[in-house]
Design a protein around this ligand. Sequence first.
Ligand code: AGP
Length: 604
Amino acid sequence: MCGIVGYVGNRPALPILLEGLRRLEYRGYDSAGVAVVNHRLQVVKSQGRVEQLERLVASQGLEGRSGIGHTRWATHGAPSDHNAHPHTDCSGRFAVVHNGILDNFAELRKELEARGHRFRSDTDTEVVAHLLEEAWRGDLAAALREVTRRLRGSWALACVCTDQPDTLALARQDSPLVIGVGDGQYVAGSDVTPVLATTRRVLYLDNGEVARIDLRGVTIWDARGEVVGRSPVEVAWDASAAEKGSFDHFMMKEIYEQPQAVRQTLAGRVDPAAGSVDLSGAGLSPDRLRSFERIQIVACGTAWHAGLVGRRLIEAWARLPVQVDVASEFRYGEPLVDGRTLTVAISQSGETADTLAAVREARRLGSPVLGIVNVEGSSLAREADWVLTTKAGPEVAVPSTKAYLTQVVALHLLALALSRVERPEEGRMLLQLPQRIEQTLAMEPRVRELARQLAGQSHLFYIGRGLDYAVAMEGALKLKEISYIHAEAYAAGELKHGTLALIEPGRTVVALATQEALRTKTVGNMVEVKARGGRVVAVTPDRPDARKEVEVAADALLALPDAPEGLLPVLAAVPLQMLAYFAAVERGCDVDRPRNLAKSVTVE
Ligand code: AGP
């Protein structure tokens, strides 16, 4: 959840570390720090954003051609200057940054304190700095290898030492680390974003590995201490894709990137003439796909909402039973999966701890795993048996938008590929999606106006039936996450079984009515809300029949462009994203970095 950057090379390290931290800030943002090595260790860190750190270092002249940096999302110890990383040992020669959680830090700290080490933070990480001090025999990577043998839990560690100034030592266990291999320089990162400004050639570390980076190159050891040979791979993304451009926030930029993200996700996977779907790029033959008897979907948050859409599609088109579980529940439940079940794990980052644990549990039970993942080279991409990549490009804003839409598209593709009967119309329909999303983006002024009216509210409900219910859940999450307005989604028919008691004059209900077969029923629920003084915002297609029926019970309308009915629930997500965005902006919230959250949830 925190961000790590490291540098060794022929340029001054500080600007590269700071730029890396700016790019990583979406991962965690309660404190930040850097350590630059020269003949001595220069450490500057503070509570607050990277901006604050930049102001602090401006006056300190940190010089050196190697160093490490960190943005923190607090786990052990409150956000504060002294808990910010890097952490150092008693001698002030070693500095360490860490992502993850060290489960046995308390016992290690007790031992170290008994041997005279003085601790200055409440973090689990600091034990590593003191352990390095004890393990030091003149080789940082060797010391780190020894230290990791004493650790339990999860870690991505980057360390520097004044006695080996042009060297960085890294270790990975259940928390990602990437090494960018440039020309005479190396940038390490907890993901590729800080690396891309320097190079697109990267090496991914695997669990249990330790790496040494110095001016001669990179050496990697596996958990048994054997040297591992590995060649860099080229990352498809470029640095500009992770920049805000002319938008005020990454979230809005990413909402506007959705037509292109969807176009890329569809590219080469649907035959425009035949309407057939080809997932051979994921390594899955049609026969193998159709051999499964059940589908189990696991994911968290927004990706789970995409999974709920996927269930409807697979059940309708492939007529297979689908179970969708929040990954954190699946992993501790008693999952009924086996070799006849295809487990589908959905994750933008591919690093979500609960989703990865669910994947491991499914595989342990004999169920092969298909990963639907946006980040190539991520843990999920490497651990899954097959990978269907969403081609959303880097998603920086904590609220997920384009990743969600591309996950939904990937699930449409999967549902079609699983179907035993050809569905050419549905396949061809999908190809219209990028253009239909473009038309939907034109709803922006209308949504902005509505968001202004809603921004003062403290509770909202979202209702819908079938696919609309799944989309309502995503709409409610988006609103809560970034505007801090409490929002709940309900199956429209379920409202009267308890929640209707909360409807009072002025309470707003956003009602999704995109599906013709269910519209009359949803309108019935809208009428029930109105009868109690509630205010209804209806989301429905811009078609005379739909408008006419819905307008009877709606105070405001969000009219989606007229499109094939199968696409409407996908399109409906777009105004809901914008509604959350404008409500959050109106309330003065930090849209891209909402409080208490982080982009990639790599801890349980
Ligand atoms: C979405 O807006 C959230 N930030 C969050 O729910 C996210 O979707 C979830 O943490 C899963 O992340 P992943 O897709 O990277 O696994």
